[in-house]
Design a protein around this ligand. Structure first.
Ligand SMILES: C[S@@+](CC[C@H](N)C(=O)[O-])C[C@H]1O[C@@H](n2cnc3c(N)ncnc32)[C@H](O)[C@@H]1O
Length: 420
């Protein structure tokens, strides 16, 4: 059954047990000062407003990613990369957004209803053994048990609510579209890392003639879903047993914080797609940006993202994979590659009501998820104590709710077609 642990070791510069390659990868990560302990333990300069941008040279290179406009068949507007206009009337609202009280979901009930047997999964490891349905508890959060320790973010109800809100934000920021790839009557759709299954369920409604399959490490999807939608507990990074040329469309969203071996995954996706089928990868690139010097280098939200990136790098996961994925699709053999980058504001500072709403959603998903997105990576990957994480989050919350800081992030939508 569930186990629990509560690491109390002192912060270490480099966690024990790193492989050579992951250490090298960590060394290549964006520089974060200091690396030996959380910044909350250092004296902080209140009210500092230095104007230097947070991005490193590597990060700044991302901004020059070519942006292509959607073509026929895409049902979303062209991305707008001009500066977002600021709403000067926006007051310093201490908005009442629900707090991330660290809910322990010890009473969760779950069943394997609606989950498929192993022969339909993508790999041979799928089974309905107890480890598939079990959970692991750590620092008052619930994590997946199947292939335990692989994904560093919780799967409990607060996290699920946050994922659903982020789905709304991303669909809204995509002009209401569930996909950008120009799909024509897809028959078989796969959603890798489906999470709560919310995208797969919407997709099943939009394409009633398609069979939509969602796979995930966690059995957290609902049982009552459209008849054409089903879920499988599976690890997408294991070798797939899917027959070649099975799928018309494969969707991968918000997986930058999860996937270790993108090249291998793209090869398997390529094989599993039918000729003419499409891959689509949508991710937020968690580099906080600003066009008007209102975000200083001490912006705690940006620092948090860097720490999370550094922690994940210690596990061989590159948080900034959206930068590399276009080249990966090309290497895997995809053609007609389209990479769209949209600005997504953080907070309600934009003048435009639509952008203001997207910014509110975006800020809320970060604010509500602060405990969940930091606790796993920073305690496991950087060996902070839970108390050090909590202390750091005080600064993060303050900066996140500061309407004078006009930060935004990039949402990348990348698709490519398997040649006929
Ligand atoms: C950030 S959530 C994204 C959920 C969903 N794609 C969305 O955008 O709403 C990442 C999900 O990927 C799952 N995941 C992580 N690594 C995985 C793997 N190797 N195979 C399958 N699922 C994985 C996690 O369990 C989690 O539910």
């Amino acid at each position: 059954m569930a186990s629990s642990s509560n690491p109390t070791t002192a912060p270490a510069a480099v966690p024990a047990g790193l492989t050579e390659s992951s250490t090298a990868a960590a060394a290549a990560a964006p520089a974060v000062e200091p690396t030996t302990g959380p910044p909350a333990l250092q004296p902080t300069a209140e009210g500092s407003s230095a104007a230097a941008p947070v991005e490193t040279a590597e990060m700044a290179a991302t901004a020059s990613t070519p942006i292509s406009a959607p073509e026929a068949g895409a049902n979303r507007p062209a991305p707008d990369q001009t500066a977002i206009e600021v709403d000067n009337d926006e007051v310093a609202a201490a908005a009442s957004i629900s707090s991330d009280d660290n809910t322990t979901d010890n009473n969760s009930s779950f069943s394997d209803e609606g989950y498929a047997e192993s022969s339909t999964g993508t790999n041979v490891t799928t089974s309905l053994s107890s480890s598939v349905r079990d959970y692991q508890f750590e620092n008052n959060r619930r994590y997946h048990k199947f292939h335990e320790g692989k994904y560093h973010f919780p799967n409990d109800e607060p996290e699920q609510a946050r994922e659903d809100m982020r789905h709304c934000m991303m669909v809204h920021a995509s002009g209401g579209a569930l996909h950008y790839a120009p799909l024509k009557n897809p028959q078989k759709v796969l959603d890798i890392g489906t999470g709560t299954g919310i995208w797969a369920i919407d997709m099943g409604d939009e394409y009633p003639e398609a069979e939509v399959i969602g796979i995930d490490l966690s059995p957290i999807q609902p049982s009552w879903v459209p008849a054409n939608v089903r879920f499988i507990v599976d690890d997408a990074e294991q070798p797939w047993v899917t027959a070649p040329a099975t799928y018309d469309y494969i969707h991968v969203r918000n997986m930058a914080s999860a996937i270790k071996h993108w090249d291998r995954l793209m090869e398997q996706v390529f094989t599993a797609l039918k000729p003419g089928g499409w891959i689509e990868i949508q991710d937020i690139n968690w580099i906080y940006r600003c066009d008007d010097d209102t975000m200083g280098p001490d912006y705690a939200v940006g620092q948090m993202a860097k720490y999370i990136g550094q922690a994940l790098m210690n596990f061989g996961i590159k948080l900034y994979s959206p930068d590399d994925n276009p080249a990966r699709l090309e290497t895997a053999g995809f053609v007609d590659i389209r990479n769209t980058v949209d600005k997504v504001p953080v907070g309600t500072w934009p003048r435009d009501p639509n952008m203001k709403m997207i910014g509110l959603y975006n800020r809320s998903t970060v604010y509500d998820g602060l405990h969940g997105i930091t606790m796993g990576p920073l305690t496991r990957g950087l060996k902070w104590t839970p108390e050090e994480v909590e202390l750091f989050l005080v600064r993060v919350r303050r900066d996140l709710m500061n309407p004078r800081i006009h930060s935004y992030v990039h949402m990348h939508t990348l698709c490519g077609q398997k040649p006929y």
